[in-house]
Design a protein around this ligand. Structure first.
Ligand code: ATP
Ligand code: MG
Length: 580
């Protein structure tokens, strides 16, 4: 490919609306252009990268025994009603109507469709197990599309679904997919960690995410891990053992005391001169319109996904001051934030208040708690005598670095991660409600035991940039670079330089390399800048030293230039691509 013909417009500056490296780099280097919020054009360079990632995914999925198909992007409401998700999926599901007023949606994921395909075709245990996958654009009307390709509304995903006769079979396939994923990301030049995670809207019980570890803002997940063993988990799933803290107060009787202006835990601690671990903190949440009180030890934070799972809902948010005021009034109180407690808070609007306690509060003795009176708290309180311990006591706590690993007891560490892939054990979550069954050996109908396995193709490309760049531009791993090499004649007017450059270009092409020749009549500096920005893994620069028979060879990853014979440079590139 001639650079003069390549469809690419590099920009002098980073785009002003981009916050993270991959977004900045991919726009500036001419890979993507925004069409509308969270929706991007994949320009030719980007499309080459995406196809390479797709092909690696395809090869590894095929090798792992999965079969590719392609399902429609537009899906009918009826199937979503069968699974029960039409009601619960929430606003991320982009719903629309056709001319006959039939309701449809743009596929955010394909469990319903694949389950309907399976129940039509997989009738006997003899046909199982099967794993089917596709690579396709998905649409999710994300609340906050941001970070370019990392969190788009339209994005490319590989989604696979397995059908088995037993949990045992599913677990085997799950492991098979975990291994395929490990190979896929390694081939893409990414270091990933497989971490335990919450299974969210897709459901099921066991799930893991593949995270690219990064210390930048681009990592939207906190990943807890242990150096002492292999424990690692997304913060929405991580559990930890607590380090010692004072959990019994010195009060000898329970009473209500004045605690003026103690709106925060810190203020209350200071006023009473106690550690936060003696306080039961009460937080008011709204889960799908319903009021939920979360009780947790004062020095700990609520993990909202865990709380959501404990209640069983779709959307969760903290209540507004206005809502809290209304709730107080309705129950005959006048307290405000900082003084709220569970006792006597029973209803809100048409709903009963659900109270959930974190395990950290269960064993507290002589503690401090809000009693729904302004500027007052209960001190020396105990469960059941002074205030009722809620029926639901479970883990809704956000783990913290320094707390102890649940497996081996060493202090946990935390880092940021970008989720590039996800595997789930779904079990019969879809096959049961959708009546997707096969006949077993005894002629009895049984629901399939299913798994599902996603990889964000476009997010993986962006994550690769997050992991491989410097201040000059992208440093693509060879396997997913849009082109393997660029040949740069320093002066297009110099015949000898042009001839050598063309010879190298032809030789590389003949040996299967994907190569660009920068034939533009531009200053050398401009060509070098573009080559670095675009991120060609190898640069072969043909300049004045060709008079002595040498070219300069630059490996973008290492950022060093070496003089060598043209044939040697070509040989290095050819050897590297043959090793892919
Ligand atoms: P997230 O938690 O980041 O919103 P998810 O868990 O909802 O993602 P899955 O349903 O597991 O996503 O989808 C499988 C894969 O698709 C994810 O691992 C991720 O790589 C990719 N993906 C999901 N949402 C997006 C998005 N908005 N933009 C780009 N890629 C995405
Ligand atoms: Mg996920």
């Amino acid at each position: 490919m001639k650079m003069s013909k390549l469809f690419v417009q590099t920009l002098r500056e980073f785009p002003s609306d981009a916050e993270v490296i991959s977004h900045k780099m991919l726009v500036r280097a001419g890979y993507i252009r925004k069409l509308t919020s969270g929706v991007y054009n994949y320009l030719p360079l980007m499309w080459r990268v995406l196809k390479k990632i797709e092909n690696i995914v395809r090869e590894e999925m095929d090798n792992a025994g999965a079969q590719e198909l392609l399902m429609p992007f537009v899906q009918p409401k009826e199937l979503w009603e069968e699974s029960g998700r039409w009601e619960v999926y929430g606003k991320e599901l982009m719903r629309l109507r056709d001319r006959h007023n039939r309701e449809m949606c743009l596929g955010p994921t394909h469990e319903e469709i694949i389950t309907s395909i399976a129940r039509d075709g997989l009738k006997s245990y003899k046909q199982l197990p099967v794993n089917l996958y596709q690579i396709q654009s998905k649409f999710r009307d994300e609340v906050r599309p941001r970070f370019g390709l990392l969190r788009g509304r339209e994005f490319i995903m590989k989604d696979a679904y397995s059908f088995d006769v037993s949990q045992e079979g599913l677990e085997k396939e799950y492991e098979n997919m975990a291994q395929a994923y490990t190979r896929i990301f390694k081939r893409c030049g990414l270091n990933t960690k497989m971490v335990q995670s919450d299974s969210g809207a897709i459901g099921g019980s066991v799930s893991h995410e593949f995270m690219v570890i990064t210390d930048t803002d681009a990592g939207e997940n906190d990943v807890f891990y242990c150096d002492g063993c292999d424990y690692s988990a997304n913060s929405n799933h991580a559990v930890s053992r607590l380090v010692d803290a004072k959990t019994a107060g010195d009060w000898t009787k329970s009473e209500i005391v004045d605690t003026p202006n103690t709106h925060s835990i810190e203020e209350l601690c200071e006023f009473l001169n106690i550690p936060a671990s003696l306080i039961v903190k009460t937080l008011v949440y709204i889960v799908d319109k319903k009021p939920v009180l979360a009780l947790i030890r004062g020095d700990k934070q609520v993990e909202e996904t865990k709380l959501l799972n404990a209640v069983g809902g779709v959307e969760i948010r903290i209540a507004t001051p206005g809502e809290i005021e209304e709730m107080m009034e309705l129950n005959g109180f006048e307290a405000e934030k900082g003084f709220i407690g569970p006792k006597g808070l029973n209803k809100y609007g048409e709903y009963e208040v659900t109270v959930i306690a974190d395990e950290t509060v269960k064993d507290l003795k002589n503690f401090v708690i809000g009693v729904n009176q302004k500027d007052k708290h209960g001190v020396g309180y105990n469960w059941d005598g002074d205030v009722q311990l809620p029926e639901i006591v479970t883990d809704i706590r956000l783990a913290e670095a320094g707390e102890l690993c649940p497996q081996c007891g060493q202090p946990l560490k935390v880092t940021r991660g970008i989720e590039v892939g996800n595997i789930f054990q779904l079990g019969t979550k879809y096959s049961k409600p959708m009546n997707a069954v096969y006949l077993d050996q005894n002629g009895k109908t049984q629901p399939y035991v299913m798994g599902c396995y996603g990889i964000g193709i476009s997010r993986t490309a962006a994550a690769a940039v997050e992991a491989h760049y410097d201040e000059h531009g992208i440093k693509w791993p060879l396997a997913i670079a849009p082109y393997h090499a660029v040949v740069i004649p320093v002066s297009t007017k110099d015949e000898q330089q042009m001839k050598t450059a063309n010879d190298i270009y032809e030789t590389l092409k003949k040996h299967g390399a994907e190569v660009v020749i920068d034939d533009r009549d531009e200053r050398a500096g401009v060509k070098f800048k573009d080559a670095d920005l675009i991120g060609f893994p190898y640069q072969i620069i043909v300049g004045k030293s060709i008079a002595e028979g040498n070219v300069e060879f630059k490996v973008r990853e290492k950022d060093e230039k070496t003089a060598m014979k043209p044939e040697e440079a070509a040989e290095i590139v050819i050897t590297a691509i043959n090793a892919l």
